[in-house]
Design a protein around this ligand. Sequence first.
Ligand code: THG
Length: 367
Amino acid sequence: MFGITPSARLRPSPFYEATLTEGVTAFTTYNHMLMPTSFGHPEAEYWRLIQGVSQWDVAVERQVQLEGPDAARLAQILCTRDLSKCQVGQGKYVPLCNHEGVLINDPILLKLDDNKFWLSIADSNIWFWARAIAAERGLRVKVSEPDVSPLAVQGPKAVEVIAALFGDWVRDLKYFWFKETSISGIPVVLARSGWSKQGGFEIYLMDGAQGTKLWNLVREAGKPWDIGPGNPSFCERVESGLISYGGDTDETTNPFEVRLDKYIDLDVADDVVGIGALRQIKASGVKRQQLGVMLEGDQPTQLGFHWHGIYQHGQKVGNLTNCVWSYRLQKNIGFGLVAATCAAGDEVTVQKEGQTLKARLTTLPFI
Ligand code: THG
């Protein structure tokens, strides 16, 4: 294998040193940063998330801060979900679309104040986008990138670790809600969120100089529950049906095609970017949909990471956008972005370098 050369341009996470100490063995790049993807024991790391508690460096989920008298207007103009009832201290999962209704990011929006929001972004440049839209619309808002870096604590025992660190009040925190607080003098935002369906929290570190200190505090507090290092789990998120922007989407994918309908409010104001296009797409009918794909056979298959074709009755009907061996189902599973004429239960084939693999379409999530 090959190495990666860290540089200031590939911005180091405040938890970078701590993850090296933990024995990180692989990274991916995301938002011009490095994110750990393995600590060398993939199956053990998976079961720790499913049965215990795991801590993750997800500083790559950068914050785009909107601040000023028009911050709320800009947030709504950027998001195709109605934010009028969003309260201070509440987070929401919000699709962002371009003018054609194509999904360009799927952040979590945090409302810190009536005039201050964070977009906790997936892997695309929303700083440019927010600044350009704000300037074009003549809005009084400052778009900046604050010194904020999330550390996720995920798994069924996460609540115990977070309660040990912050107190029992965290047990009552509702999903996606958050609170500004501090721990051992480190300023943080504590949110109930995270990119898994195993439950958990995210601690948004607000002082990049204290990453190792925060990492070690969580590590110590988690000892009674056998906490260990991990990362967003490819296997768990596929089993749980969570989409990966840029992995399961391409430059033509709209949010209806990838099951984000419930996060779209077509009756928001006409000045919301992409809403006109989304209304038209909805009216004329969506042409593709996302379904589960379960391959035949019970041995792990390495499919590689580009989109393979999915075929039915000799015709190409779509693409397999990811595929992973499911430890819980003992099957190879993935997401299909397939024609609207396909249905769960249909038999299809996946083409892999001349090989034909039999598969069945399923509903999502798998588990
Ligand atoms: N945490 C933070 N920022 C992030 C992510 C995160 N930014 C990028 C990326 N992840 C955003 N994508 C998602 C996608 C799905 C969810 C969270 C972030 C999620 N979805 C639940 C679901 O689909 O069932 C619940 C959504 C709901 O019902 O409101 O949790 O992980 N800080």
